[in-house]
Every structure is written in C-alpha cells, then in structure tokens.
Design a protein around this ligand. Structure first.
Ligand code: AMP
Length: 617
C-alpha cells in the first residue's frame, strides 16, 4: 500500500520520506513478501520456489539474472502468452529501455498499478524542492518534455519508453494542478509526436510566459542542450510569431496548434524585441537567466554520463544551480536526491524502499575504476537460469540496509512487475545514510564506454564496430594499429570521436594518410552502421547525436599515451589501452598528435523496430 498525501502538502511529504527511510529494513522485507505472495504461482517463481514465499528460499534459489535470461519470457508475453508466466497482475505494456540486447531495445514489463507507484514517487519530489527553494508556487516550470512514437507487440501490447507511457497516462494528464506541476508547455505540445513541432511550440510557450517561469529543465542534460541549440537556430522565427501573434504555418499538428494559439493570444512586439535583443547578442553566456530572469534553477539530470554536459550548461545557465532530482529506469524508479541544490559532483540518491526490493552485488574497485571501468568480482555477470547452479553471485548480494559506506555495488531489483533479481547494469557507490536508507552516488553504467544521449556503447560494441570499419583500410594498404574513443560533448549535439593510429603496410616510409579521406569517411559511416539501434536512432531520427568523427593520430601516439598513463600511476604489467578517454590530460596527449580528421557524411540505417513474433510462440 502506498501512503497517500496531497502533493502540495510539503510537511506530509517530508514526514512520509522520514518514515520510509527510518524503516527501510522492515519496508524492504514487506515489499519482498508482497511480491512473492502475489506472484507465487507464476511459472517463473514456481520453477524456483515451488509455491513457497519465504525470503530465505528466495535468496537461495532464485538466480541473479540479466536481460538475456528473461528475454524469452518477455518475448512470450509480447507474442500473446498470458502474463502470469512472470506476473500475477496483467502486464499492460512493455517499456522500451535505452539499453539494447542483440542490437534491439530491451523491453521491461509493466502493469497498470505501476503508474500509481510512479505518481507517488514524483509527488515525493515536490516536498523536497519546496523545502530548499521557496516561492515555487508563485510561478511556472518550463520543462521541455517529449514523447516518442510507440509500437505494438505482435499481440497488440504497447511498447514505448517509460516517459512516453507516463505522459500519455491520465496520471499525468489529469494531475492536480498545484504549485509544482504548472508547466508552460500545454500537454498537447508535450504529447505531439513530431519532435520538431513539439520543441518549437514548447519553446514558444516558454518564451511567451517568460515572466512567470521560476525553473527550467528537461529530463536529461543532453535534451536541454538540444533545446538551446534549437533556440539558437529558431529564435528569429519564434520572435516573429510573438511579434505578429501568428503561429508559423508549419505547425500543423491540430492539437498542438490550438493549444499554442490559446497562449499566443495577440501580437506582442515589446516581448519580441526583448527576446531578439538577448538572442541577437554574440555571446550566449547566461542566456537562460537573460531569457527567463526569475528562474531559480535548471532541473536536468547531470549525473552519470550526463556529467560531461556540466561545463557547457554552466555557461548557458549563468551559474544557476543544476538540479538532478531523481534516479530511475524502465525497470523501476529508484531514488531521490534529498539535497537537490548540492553540487553535481556531490549528488547522491536515496533509494526509496517501497519502490521495489533492492539488492546489491559487490563490485571490486579495481585500479581501472579511475578510468571508469569496474570489474564484477572477476565473474562475467551472466548467470544461467538454473537454480541448481547455485551461482556465487546470488550468495554475494547484500540487502539495501546492509551496504557499506564507500563500497561499490551493482544494483539488482525485484519489482512488482515481474522482474526477479534483475541486474540493472548500474554501478553505485554508497556515500552515506539517511536514517536507515543508504544513499548512492551513480558511478557508471556497467560496461558503457561512450554515451552522448540515451545511447550506451560498450567496449565490446565499439570493438565490433571498429573491426567492421577497419577492413575498409586494408585493401588500400593501411592497417589500424590502435584506437581509442572520446565522447565529445563540447558541440551540440555531442558526437563520438575515435582516435585511430594507422600505418601503411607496404610503404613504411609513409605515415601521412592524406590520400585517404574518402576511405576514412566511409570508415566513420561503417562504424555508425555497426553501432546499435539506440545509437542509430539518436543519430538518424532524433538527431540527438552528431556525425561520428575519426581523428587520425601520428605513429607512436599510443606509445606516448601509455607513457602518460604510466606516469599517472598505471602499472606496466597491467597496462591496457584505455578504450575511452575521460581525463583532460590524456586527451591532450592525443589531440597534440592529430594529423587528420574525418566525419561520417551519411546517416546510418535506422527504422522503427517492429517486434517479430518469436520462434517460441
Ligand atoms: P532507461 O531504462 O532507458 O530509462 O535508462 C535507465 C538508465 O539511465 C539507468 O539505469 C541509468 O543507467 C541511467 N540513469 C537514470 N537516471 C540517472 C541519473 N539520475 N543519473 C545517472 N544515470 C541515470
């Protein structure tokens, strides 16, 4: 049972948070008991627990799994089999996650009831914000929120991103209007499937209501920066609409158009001139404060891979606090930042103990962690779905209240929607406790080396893509001797940069690859073609990722890179070329040796994913 309170009742909200965190251990046990009791007769749990519901047996028998283990169950449900193979409650939809498996998006089960849990979670954010920032009820939020087109599974279940599902739900559309959720964007503009029209209309409404705006934001920093870039390209047209009181003809989405026209009531030349003056300035430093002068903070997630956007956001925001409020995923919503105004590097999330049953798989903090790589106790994290194997991982996991400050863990969840001991793939570090509930810093996504938006490219993905592309060099007499990569977030949108050291095979005297531009551009394209669905969607459909770039470095660069890493403390015996560069110093070693750079000139292939019926159905 979720505690109920009115979202604008700050005192009750804070009291509930105190109760939840004080009693985290008991609440977790109750959550597990409820999940097991409800789902005891599902095929999945039956197979391990034979109808029993005790916690001890659960820990002994139910394996810690990853997506490949549960995929067959998800596919069976997508193909029309009854949900009770994994969940007693009907699975009402599948959330398409930004993670991929076999190049396709992962799908997470969800139920109607889950929307109540999400609403409860969102409602908890308001009291915390109100505690730290006064007067939010006196204005509006300019939050740029978007949906994505959804698909249907072969049996007709909707499959869509979790936020698309939430914004389309009555929980969002019929939310009680209170101090925290009055947005400048009419719902119709958020629910417009055409992202360009949606963006244009939301910015227009935000500009018209600029004097009422007290906070701005988007979910992730990358999306907010995309909006700024869009504004840079479109402010003249936006101002012309404001000046004339006429909406551009290309906004053809009926609902969107009607909703915007209610806000764009009449010509406002004074407002148009003010905005033009600010946007026409050659420097956009502090543009957010200038355009929305009453703004108190920018709400965007800037932890994890989004931290790369902090410097550029700081420039645009003119020193406004950057607030990461929550940590969540398609599997379930996890945690809340109890100190929203803290510096981005100090942000910790407190996991909310009634959201799911949380367990933690210890991970070793190898010396590679400084390079943002974490090994999972030496074991590759795939556990066969067979309780008899008694996987060591299942034994190593610890409960929420038992984690230790300073230690690193991979998050494992058992949800109300049919996931049991599922490894989310995130590495967290315990920074402290709020009452009995631990607080975590998001360290990194397990195995991800590159990420610009929601894309997550692993070292393996990168190796495969580079291996595919380097074949194009060989007929020309060149070979790739070493490579590494870098997520360049200094441009909007950001893009992947690969550093390649290449060598002429038959002509050792030649190191200048100047006659190679066409082949190198083709290599860039080939790499993009080989990257996964989410990358290609970001690049081709969402345009949230820029063209991939290969920077060719002079021969000997990777030796210099090794010397540099050794000088920074890496051990000679264990040295491996870092496949992704995160530190400025290391980057300088490469940058000073670049002899040519090439961009992908074509968009990679991408089309909306349609789930084929699986062979098991
Ligand atoms: P998705 O399943 O596509 O919604 O992606 C969820 C993933 O996004 C999480 O498992 C994290 O890896 C990442 N993520 C979500 N919230 C945060 C956050 N506040 N900080 C860092 N990473 C996050």
């Amino acid at each position: 049972m979720l505690p109920s309170f009115h979202p604008s009742d700050t005192e009750s909200g804070l009291r509930i948070l105190e109760e939840l965190t004080s009693d985290a251990g008991r609440i977790q046990r109750e959550v597990l008991e409820e999940i097991l009791t409800r789902n005891a007769s599902t095929d999945y749990l039956q197979g391990f627990m034979c109808g029993r519901v005790d916690e001890e047996l659960f820990k002994e028998r139910v394996p810690v799994v990853d997506y490949d283990d549960i995929k067959p169950y998800i596919e069976r449900i997508a193909n029309g089999e009854c949900s009770d193979i994994i969940s007693a409650q009907p699975i009402s939809e599948l959330y398409t996650s930004s993670g991929t498996s076999g190049g396709q998006p992962k799908m997470m089960p969800s139920t109607e009831e889950e929307l109540d849990r999400k609403t409860f979670f969102y409602n908890l954010l308001m009291p915390i914000m109100n505690k730290y920032v006064k007067g939010l009820e006196e204005g509006k939020a300019m939050y740029l929120l978007f949906i994505k087109p959804e698909i249907s599974t072969p049996c007709g279940l909707p499959a869509r991103p979790v936020l698309t599902s939430y914004y389309k739900s009555e929980h969002f559309r019929k939310r009680p209007h209170n101090s925290y959720n009055v947005y400048t964007s009419p719902d119709e503009t958020i629910l417009c499937e055409d992202s360009r029209q949606s963006m244009y209309c939301q910015l227009l409404c935000g500009l018209i209501q600029r004097d009422e705006v007290l906070r701005v934001g988007a979910i992730f920093a990358s999306a907010f920066l995309r909006a700024i870039k869009f504004l840079e390209h479109n402010w003249r047209e936006l101002c012309s609409n404001i000046r004339t009181g006429r909406l551009s003809d290309w906004i053809v989405d009926r609902n969107c158009r009607d909703a915007v026209l209610l806000i764009l009531e009449k010509p406002d030349p004074v407002l148009a001139s003010t905005i033009e003056r600010e946007c026409g300035n050659s420097s956009w430093e502090g543009i957010i404060r200038k355009l929305w002068p009453r703004t108190k903070y920018v709400e965007v997630i800037v932890t994890g891979s989004m931290a790369q956007y902090i410097p550029i956001l700081e420039i645009y925001s003119g020193g406004l606090p950057l607030v990461s409020t929550m940590y969540a995923s398609s599997e379930c919503y996890f945690g809340i930042n109890f100190k929203p105004l803290s510096d981005p590097s100090d942000v910790s999330y407190t996991l909310i103990p009634n959201m799911a049953y949380f367990e933690f798989l210890p991970v070793e903090k190898g010396d590679e962690l400084t390079n943002h790589k974490v090994r999972c106790n030496g074991t590759r994290c795939r556990t066969p779905l067979n309780a008899d194997n008694d996987p060591p991982e299942a034994k190593a996991v610890v409960d929420l209240v038992d984690v230790k400050v300073g230690n690193y863990y991979e998050l494992v969840v058992t949800t109300f929607n049919g996931l049991y001991r599922y490894k989310v793939g995130d590495i967290l570090m315990v920074t402290g406790f709020h009452n009995a509930a631990p607080q975590f810093r998001f360290v990194q996504r397990q195995n991800v080396v590159l990420s610009i938006d929601t894309d997550k490219t692993s070292e393996e993905d990168l190796l495969k893509a580079v291996t595919d592309a380097k074949c194009l060099l060989e007929p020309l007499g060149y070979i790739l001797t070493e490579y590494t990569s870098y997520a360049d977030a200094s441009s909007i949108p950001g893009h992947y940069v690969l550093y390649w050291e290449i060598k002429a095979k038959d002509r050792p005297d030649r190191t200048d690859p100047a006659d190679l531009p066409v082949a190198m551009e083709e290599c860039c394209h080939r790499v993009e073609e080989s990257l996964d669905y989410i990358y290609r969607r970001g690049r081709k459909k969402d345009r949230s990722i820029g063209a991939l770039e290969i920077r060719v470095v002079e021969e000997g660069t990777f030796d210099a890179l090794m010397d540099h890493c050794l000088s920074q403390g890496s051990s000679v015996n264990q040295y491996k070329t870092p496949r992704c560069i995160k530190s400025e110093g290391t980057l300088r070693v490469l940058e000073s040796r670049v002899v040519g750079n090439y961009f992908s000139k074509k968009l990679p292939h991408w089309e909306p994913y349609n789930m084929p019926p699986s062979s098991s159905s």
